[in-house]
Design a protein around this ligand. Structure first.
Ligand SMILES: Cc1cc2nc3c(=O)[nH]c(=O)nc-3n(C[C@H](O)[C@H](O)[C@H](O)COP(=O)(O)OP(=O)(O)OC[C@H]3O[C@@H](n4cnc5c(N)ncnc54)[C@H](O)[C@@H]3O)c2cc1C
Length: 453
């Protein structure tokens, strides 16, 4: 991260930032460096939003991530930000991904590197569409994109007369997109394969000591500019300033500023009345964006029974418990935490298992990994679609979303600026996208202000 933000160009300018997730915190951090007087607020009693490191309840001082977990080697914004704040990254899951699925008799078996082969096959099948999409420079306002976007992945699989394997691979991607093939627009899949190798095959990292070290470090630098338990309930941006109406312990009050950064998920942003209203397309983009179901279960066992020489420590599965990996590989101790990440219908499946048989039901479903006889020490489960301040894991594009609307998610309107994972083009759905979007919003305010003066 360069120091160009420390410009002082916004001295005397007040900026309100709504949302203290990675996007809002990154925006506030840059705005402060630009000299702005920043007020950042969040409805929760903690910062970080969908970055949430859980420590409480786990033995041996261990922790694991209930939200954003792995950082890819190519994700420069978050890596640079962590470095700038003096935080180290630990390389994790070097053994890559394995795949486990039921055989003909229904017994779950680990089938080696099948996942990579599945991705290769999917990539081959998509290559023609990916080429067309690249011809459109991957623009979401092209008719090529519109034509791809109105079909679901399930429809495309039918058109391809896809075999069972290919369908299973596409379904397995619910852990990645948080949506099943019938929910997901084909453009989301083509977009992923048109760019490069799927990111899950690259190097993976997490922040030493927990990903919340990053959000807490940013919050610490913002000091008393941060207001927690403060909900944005309305925005008015008439005339020369912006007024944010906020609710704190049922009391309503107003905060005035020169600019406002809206760094809330679209699921919450669309509930906030904005006067004068946003342009129709922008309103529609925010109103229509879907968010995926995601349940993360963290299971701490007295020993790391899943560690077997030469075998990966991360697995994709078509099972209702979703994908799973060692959630604290970089931490010492005999005990260890397994992270179960269930996206789309697997989120429903995981919850159904827990409703029926409790967490023991999940452990029984991990028999193939060697869970029999393992002693559970602690468990935590977070259902993101039930979280009142997220209302979903992260955004995904469904076939009813007009791709030409996408650009409106990030477009400034008057004194209002937009940030958040969902506004990022290259890194939508990632922590890196959140950081990048917050920095972009701060730079937009600086540039816009510069143009005015
Ligand atoms: C289960 C799960 C797994 C994930 N895994 C990964 C991963 O491995 N790698 C990766 O890079 N990313 C991952 N992500 C995605 C990543 O966590 C998010 O993209 C990122 O944290 C989003 O940051 P944000 O700032 O855009 O939004 P948020 O973190 O949601 O921040 C928005 C903030 O706005 C607040 N808010 C909402 N409404 C209001 C209101 N009315 N007034 C005031 N405040 C409000 C919320 O409380 C929240 O703190 C995962 C996400 C989930 C849920």
């Amino acid at each position: 991260m360069s120091d160009t933000t420390a410009s002082g160009a916004l001295r005397g300018v007040s900026v309100i930032v709504a949302g203290a997730g990675l996007a809002g915190l990154s925006a506030a951090y840059d705005l402060k460096a630009m000299g702005a007087e920043v007020t950042i607020l969040d409805a929760r009693d903690r910062v970080g939003g969908r970055v949430w490191t859980i420590r409480e309840g786990f033995a041996e001082g261990q922790h694991a991530e209930a939200g954003g977990d792995t950082i890819d080697g190519a994700q420069d914004e978050i890596r640079a930000l962590a470095a700038r704040l003096g935080l180290k990254l630990s390389r994790i899951l070097r053994g890559g991904w394995g795949y486990a699925r039921p055989d003909a008799s229904g017994r779950v078996r680990i089938v080696g590197r099948q996942a990579a082969r599945g991705w290769d096959r999917l990539s081959e099948h998509l290559s023609g569409l990916a080429r067309r999409y690249r011809m459109a420079d991957q623009r979401w306002d092209s008719p090529i994109t519109a034509d791809l976007a109105r079909r679901s992945v399930a429809q495309w699989l039918d058109e391809q007369q896809a075999d069972k394997e290919l369908r299973a691979t596409a379904t397995g991607l619910r852990g990645f997109f948080l949506a099943d093939p019938d929910e997901l627009s084909l453009i989301a899949l083509v977009d992923q394969f048109a760019v490069s190798d799927p990111p899950v095959w690259g190097e993976m990292y997490r922040i030493e000591g927990g990903n919340d070290r990053l959000t807490l470090a940013l919050a610490e630098r913002l000091g008393d500019r941060l207001r927690l338990n403060t909900e944005l309930v309305a925005v008015s941006h008439r005339g020369r300033g912006v007024r944010a109406s906020v609710k704190q312990a049922r009391a309503l009050s107003q905060i005035d500023g020169d600019y406002l950064v809206l760094a809330l998920p679209a699921t919450l942003l669309r509930r906030v009345p904005i006067t004068p209203a946003l342009p129709a397309q922008q309103h529609e983009a925010i109103a229509r964006l879907k968010y995926g179901r995601a349940t993360k279960t963290l299971l701490q066992f007295s020993r790391r029974f899943w560690r077997v020489q030469g075998r990966p420590r991360a697995f994709g599965t078509p099972l209702p418990l979703g994908a799973l990996w060692e959630g604290n590989e970089e931490q010492r101790g005999r005990a260890g935490i397994l992270a179960l990440h269930a996206g789309g219908s697997a989120s429903d499946g995981t919850q159904a298992i827990v409703t029926k048989d409790g967490v023991q039901g999940l452990i029984a479903a991990l028999d193939w990994l060697g869970s029999r006889g393992a002693a559970l020490m602690a468990s935590r489960q977070v259902v993101w679609e039930s979280d009142p301040w997220a209302r979903g894991g992260y955004a995904y594009f469904d076939p009813s979303f007009d791709p030409a609307l996408r650009q409106w998610l990030a477009r400034p309107f008057g004194r209002l600026f937009f940030a958040g994972e969902h506004t990022s083009v290259r890194w939508q759905g990632y922590m890196n996208g959140a950081v990048e979007s917050g920095r972009r919003a701060a730079a937009e305010i600086e540039a816009g202000h510069h143009l005015k003066t």
